[in-house]
Design a binder for this molecule. Structure first.
Ligand code: GLC
Ligand code: MG
Length: 248
């Protein structure tokens, strides 16, 4: 057993099976005490929706919080997003121009105001519309010289982010600041916006058993022995994966 950094998505990854979550929390509390293991939540939710979830579910206080699909980082206890990370995202990012383009797409239904951020424009989009809308939107952004990353998750959510932002890049930023090796880092997820957590292939990856088709498809197309597909769902899958990698 040794210290590790756990970076986990919340909805349908850490959260979704209350009994398994209680069991995992117990192991993590002990591990934290003994080895100073660090916990980071990497969620698509805004800080507002994170706080909502934290009142409903028993979540351990994280050492840092990555919210809004990697566009905001909150270090332990802080109420304001990390400035160094925001500075990195602001170059070549023009939210107003991006929104001016998305306004032309009737199929893009804006998500609630709480889920719109300085570095994140989010919409609901059906899978049927996504097939034609995503390539057209990409093409129009490119034609206007706008740099942006499109992330489509769970057959319903479209996030438009700066190219320098996603959950994986935010994880790397924290990991490097904390001087933790990728081999001592475990990333866990279930859907499209978690794919970036597995992209470098250097960190240990756990995909929970209830993962969405978009992530599973990518997993099978990009095999990597550092990535484990669990059988168990949600926190049960994380536990299974941590045992697989000998962290627990
Ligand atoms: C969360 C966020 C939403 C985002 C989705 C996928 O549900 O609230 O804004 O689109 O995650 O990343
Ligand atoms: Mg999720």
């Amino acid at each position: 057993m040794k210290k590790f950094l756990l970076v986990t998505d919340l909805d349908n990854t850490l959260v979704g099976d209350d009994l398994a979550l209680a069991k995992l929390n117990q192991c993590l509390i002990q591990h934290r005490e003994q080895y100073n293991t660090q916990i980071v939540y990497a969620t698509g939710r805004s800080l507002t929706l994170y706080h909502e979830l934290a009142t409903e579910k028993s979540l351990l206080a994280p050492d840092a919080l990555i919210t809004s699909v990697g566009t905001e980082i909150y270090l332990e206890g802080s109420k304001t997003p990390d400035q160094a990370w925001s500075d990195k995202l602001s170059s070549n990012w023009n939210l107003e121009q991006i929104i001016a383009i998305t306004n032309h797409f009737a199929d893009l239904v804006p998500q609630p105001e709480s889920e719109q951020g300085a570095f994140k424009a989010s919409y609901f989009l059906t899978p049927e519309s996504a097939k034609s809308t995503l390539p057209q939107l990409k093409q129009q952004l490119q034609a206007q010289g706008l740099e942006a990353k499109l992330i489509y998750s769970s057959s319903q959510d479209l996030d438009i982010l700066p190219t320098q932002a996603d959950k994986g890049m935010a994880m790397t930023f924290l990991r490097q600041n904390w001087q933790i090796e990728p081999t001592c880092t475990v990333a866990c997820g279930d859907s499209g916006n978690d794919l970036a957590l597995f992209q470098s292939g250097l960190e240990c990856g756990i995909i929970v058993g209830n993962a969405q088709p978009e992530l599973l498809q990518w997993h099978y197309m990009n095999p990597n022995s550092n990535r484990y597909l669990a059988i168990a769902h949600c926190a049960g899958g994380i536990l299974e994966g941590l045992e697989h990698f000998d962290f627990l």
